[in-house]
Design a protein around this ligand. Structure first.
Ligand SMILES: Cc1cc2nc3c(=O)[nH]c(=O)nc-3n(C[C@H](O)[C@H](O)[C@H](O)COP(=O)(O)O)c2cc1C
Length: 156
């Protein structure tokens, strides 16, 4: 055991691209947090209060379903969770993911992509929601970082 799993949700590809770079640099495995019902561009229209993402993010108890399960979670000791910032925090599908998987005894690293918001709001919210979990560090990535920056993310 000393394996890293990069779990990501990406609605429009930015987080996916960063995840692939991280996986390559850290020699980690990738798991896509794939919604059972994919988000269309209408679903992620934040200017529309009635779009799917607006409705979900206004209801903190929403838990969008995930299509696949991780099969061999026990072989990983470091879990990286990546997602786009939605309304200053993590999309609620990230809550689904955390609640469906037993992440106790894992070191959890969080990264976000965003239009400008940093990782602090998302990280604080996750730590407050799941005080039993070991959240180590969070960072915002733009996708233009060096391999060294990716590497230092999980090296203490
Ligand atoms: C519904 C929604 C809400 C968003 N809210 C924020 C926000 O609060 N702050 C921010 O900087 N960017 C926000 N964004 C922009 C995304 O975080 C950014 O485009 C992200 O890199 C997209 O990642 P993806 O392509 O992996 O889905 C929002 C985007 C969407 C679709």
């Amino acid at each position: 055991m000393n394996k890293t799993l990069i779990c990501y949700f990406s609605a429009s590809g930015v987080t996916k691209s960063v995840s692939e770079k991280l996986a390559k640099t850290l020699e980690g495995d990738l798991f896509e947090i794939e919604p059972t019902e994919k988000y269309t561009s209408a679903d992620i229209d934040w200017t529309n209060k009635e779009s799917r993402s607006s409705v979900e993010m206004a209801d903190k108890s929403s838990r969008p379903a995930i299509a696949k399960k991780i099969e061999n979670l026990e072989v990983y000791d470091k879990i990286i969770i990546g997602f786009p910032v939605w309304w200053y925090t993590a999309p609620t599908i990230i809550n689904t993911f955390i609640e469906e998987n037993d992440l106790r005894n894992k070191k959890i690293y969080v990264f976000v992509t965003s239009g400008g918001s940093n990782e602090t709001g998302s990280f604080t919210d996750l730590k407050n929601s799941y005080p039993e979990l070991n959240f180590v560090r969070a960072k915002r990535f733009k996708g233009t970082e060096s391999e060294e920056e990716y590497r230092s993310f999980i090296e203490e």
